[in-house]
Design a protein around this ligand. Structure first.
Ligand code: 5AD
Ligand code: SF4
Length: 468
């Protein structure tokens, strides 16, 4: 459905005549960036910017970047090259464009970004983006403003709350950052350098944000953090609260019908968190628990500080707590020193667990991380061959899992109209897209759905009854 001010997908349509300045924020990488991009959009709205449809109608363009693998960074530089041309063309026509690079690439490369791409006006890191309004003002009088501080002030308390109508437009599922940063220092990973040390938001701040979201119609809340289960925020009495404690409190917020969390570290899968999977009904039976490798030798070299057996033990305990739980994971192939045998052990682990869905990556040497300096860097062709084999196995498992859902009844939260008239689409507890015949009034509704078919990337279902 669209009217004169909204496009079919619900985004605002560009105006016939440019009135207020418009901002376009493009997110790369992980869920943390999606959340940060929304908060930057809230900041821009407070500064008088309307939401742009794309770069074409935007006066302010923010790329919220990722630095996790080399390819992520290169993609940004090529995008910046195109934006420089756009900016130059507009300048000739007397129109100003402000270009901001935010996120982890900004944090990691700072001034190097301005050197490689002088068209950039502002470089701002993930811990200081609440200062974006003042940085934009500085950029009006001088070029190349950089802020990659790790400020002492609490970023979250300085960010404006999203407007209820903005939240409603963003949909019925939302992310809430509860924890940021990482102290684990896995040998391959840039996150501890770009996002800094682990820090948790206070319980009350998290609950207030969830309450605002559900008040605007959100029903599915994902608590996010680089190491979300290391959460240790303070409650109103100044006591440290565990992640399981936060889950129990979040589940009690009126309107929360489904809770999820990502991303977890195996070493923080405490007994109380596993018990939450048994006790908290709204906690989805789906756990993203990255293992990275199935070889103890490689896990040790990665500084993961857990062994394959520890991981399998967690899987078994989670299954005992919640028999219908399904798992996903991240894997890295071609880590320095990974021999054929190590890789075979990864395949064995995948076969043992049986994943619903997973991500596999080729190891990418990141400057400044210990693994980048290690001997035994693996040949690109070997990496590619291993990636193809692992991805084929994970794909096969995904199909098996989806196929096994046929005939089951799953609770689906409908999120938007489907591709065809009279159809709605939503998500199962396992994050599968589920299409069903049903009226638009089902958007935002949870329903019991019988799964009747499976496609390459989605399931088909028949609505049995509303559950909300
Ligand atoms: N090379 C390849 N993959 C990486 N990841 C993190 N760092 C690297 C790297 N240097 C993967 C891990 C992590 C996911 C978010 O990205 O699997 O869990
Ligand atoms: Fe990176 Fe390891 Fe921290 Fe995850 S736990 S963010 S992989 S250092």
């Amino acid at each position: 459905m669209s009217d004169s001010t909204t496009l079919e997908d619900g985004r605002p349509a560009p105006p016939a005549f440019q009135t207020a300045p418009r901002a376009f924020i493009k997110s790369f990488g992980c869920q943390m960036n999606v959340y940060d991009s929304q908060r930057m959009a809230d900041l821009a709205a407070l500064e008088g910017f309307e939401e742009a449809v794309g770069v074409e109608d935007a006066d302010l363009i923010v790329l919220n970047t990722c630095h996790i693998r080399e390819r992520a960074s290169e993609k940004i530089y090529s995008e910046l090259g195109k934006l420089r041309e756009l900016k130059n063309e507009r300048r000739k026509a007397g129109r100003r464009t402000t270009l901001v690079v935010a996120g982890c690439l900004a944090q990691a490369e700072g001034a190097e970004i301005l050197r490689r791409q002088p068209a950039v006006d502002v470089v701002v890191g993930p811990q200081s983006y609440h200062r974006l309004p003042e940085l934009l003002r500085k950029a009006e009088v001088r070029s190349g403003v950089i802020d990659t501080d790790f400020p002492v002030e609490d970023k979250f308390s300085r960010l404006p709350a999203s407007q209820p109508e903005t939240t409603a437009r963003r949909g019925v599922a939302a992310f809430v950052t509860v924890q940021e940063g990482c102290d684990k220092f896995c040998s391959f990973c840039v996150v501890p350098y770009t996002r800094g040390a682990e820090a948790s938001r206070p319980v009350a701040a998290v609950l207030a944000e969830i309450g605002r979201l559900t008040g605007a119609g959100v029903r599915d809340v994902t608590l996010i953090g680089q190491n979300v289960n290391a959460y240790h925020g303070l409650d109103h009495a100044g006591r440290t609260t565990s992640f399981a404690g936060l889950i129990a409190a979040a589940a009690a917020v009126p309107g929360v019908r489904r809770l999820r969390y990502a991303t977890s570290h195996p070493n923080e899968m405490s007994d109380d968190l596993i018990a939450a999977h048994r006790d908290v009904e709204t906690l989805a039976p789906y756990l993203h628990l990255p293992v990275q490798s199935g070889s103890d030798r490689i896990l040790a070299s990665m500084n993961r500080r857990h062994r394959v057996g520890d991981y399998l033990d967690i899987i078994a305990r989670a299954r005992a707590a919640r028999p219908d739980i399904a798992f996903s994971s991240d894997f890295i192939v071609g880590y320095p020193g990974e021999a054929d045998d190590d890789f075979e052990e990864t395949l064995d682990l995948v076969r043992t667990v049986g994943y619903a869905s997973s991500f596999a990556f080729k190891y990418s040497a990141r400057p400044g991380t210990p693994a980048a300096e290690m001997d035994g860097q693996v040949d690109e062709a070997v990496k590619l061959a291993r990636l193809a084999r692992l991805q084929a196995l994970l794909e096969e498992q995904r199909h098996v899992f989806n196929g096994a859902c046929v005939g089951r009844r799953l609770e689906v939260l409908f999120e938007k109209p489907g591709r065809h008239e009279g159809q709605v689409v939503g998500r199962s507890p396992y994050m599968q897209s589920v299409y069903a015949e049903g009226p638009l009034s089902f958007v935002g509704v949870l329903a019991e759905v019988e799964i009747i078919g499976v496609g390459p990337n989605s399931l088909r279902g028949r609505i049995v009854s509303r559950t909300s």
